[in-house]
Design a protein around this ligand. Structure first.
Ligand SMILES: NC(=O)c1ccc[n+]([C@@H]2O[C@H](COP(=O)([O-])OP(=O)(O)OC[C@H]3O[C@@H](n4cnc5c(N)ncnc54)[C@H](O)[C@@H]3O)[C@@H](O)[C@H]2O)c1
Length: 293
């Protein structure tokens, strides 16, 4: 039996959505020792998510980072379902990683509110939407917060916890405990457009494109400036290409709309690249040309 609070024990975790983020969250959750129920509306996505987890764990064994028994135990601890209430049932924590659509997330949280035990913490992995608006689709917004993981989930150490004015301390404590068990370092941020990570990361990215447009330096040299001058693992152009320029543009437009600040105004260059289908690594070209073989 789980409780919400300082001594929260988490046993069963529901994960909503088995895509790029959901499968990764399910993977770190089973490796943390939790039982996981992974839900998706799409059966093929569920099977694909499970295959990716298996492949990641096999790779972990190959590299000596995961014991074979640990892999087998982790795989045995995941069940998959296309019934949302199965993912909420008996869960101490449910983490939603469905598509970035406010109405969809509000609908899911309304259903989870009814389908999960009252003590369960409900988390959204949204990267930009208002956690407050999502929480307000439930009867108890005190048990809702953002748990913003980074891609790829099994590699990236940061977990941004996003609290609203409703979120209780015990909800945060439960999320912190789960994050630590999953091997993540948690930061705590108030719900505001772009949270901490996207807001600051985007400012750097947008300013870098303005510098390119003004002819200050090439994309390569601006990247080297941040890599060697500031110790960033990769510069803003390489990073934008990896994230996807369409994703970057959508977040910039959202923050520009929400804050009205010129700092987030997307440049014509990024709009042009997106309209030409140059979305970065995933399409083979963005600011750089990528050899995706
Ligand atoms: N991809 C990233 O780098 C990244 C990083 C941080 C946060 N996020 C956030 O994580 C969330 C998921 O993003 P993603 O990249 O994993 O997307 P994705 O498209 O890879 O996966 C979304 C999954 O949700 C499923 N789905 C569709 N409708 C659903 C529903 N009603 N209920 C449950 N599942 C449903 C889809 O079948 C798909 O498998 C978004 O909110 C996104 O903003 C993404």
């Amino acid at each position: 039996m789980s409780t919400r609070g300082e001594n929260a024990t988490i046993d069963r975790v529901g994960v909503i959505g088995a895509g790029a983020m959901g499968h990764g969250i399910a993977q770190v959750a089973v490796l943390a020792g939790y039982q996981v129920t992974l839900f998706d509306v799409n059966e093929a996505a569920l099977r694909g998510g499970l295959e990716r987890i298996q492949a990641n764990l096999d790779k972990g064994v190959e590299l000596g980072k995961v014991e074979p028994e640990e892999r087998d135990r982790a795989l045995a601890a995941i069940s998959i379902t296309t019934t949302l209430s199965d993912a909420g049932k008996d869960a101490s924590l449910v983490i939603e990683a469905a598509p970035e659509d406010l109405d969809l997330k509000r609908e899911i949280f309304g259903k989870l509110d009814a389908a999960s035990p009252p003590h369960a913490v409900l988390a959204t992995n949204t990267s930009s939407l208002s956690v407050t608006r999502i929480a307000e689709a439930t009867k108890d917004p005190g048990r809702v917060l953002g748990m913003h993981f980074f891609n790829p989930v099994h590699i990236m150490k940061l977990l941004e916890l996003v609290r609203t004015e409703h979120t209780t301390e015990s909800t945060i404590a439960t999320a912190r405990a789960a994050g630590a068990a999953m091997g993540k370092t948690c930061i705590l941020v108030m719900d505001s457009p772009g949270f901490a990570s996207s807001r600051l990361g985007l400012i750097l990215g947008m300013e870098a494109v303005r510098m390119l447009d003004e002819g200050v330096a090439s994309a390569e040299d601006i990247d080297i400036a941040m890599e060697l001058g500031y110790g960033h693992p990769m510069g803003p152009f390489r990073l934008a290409d990896l994230v996807g320029l369409d994703v970057r543009l959508a977040v910039a437009e959202y923050l520009y709309r929400e804050t009205g600040s010129e700092r987030f105004k997307p440049s014509e260059t990024i709009k042009r690249l997106v309209s030409e289908g140059k979305l970065g690594k995933k399409t083979g070209e963005g600011f750089y040309k990528w050899n995706n073989e």
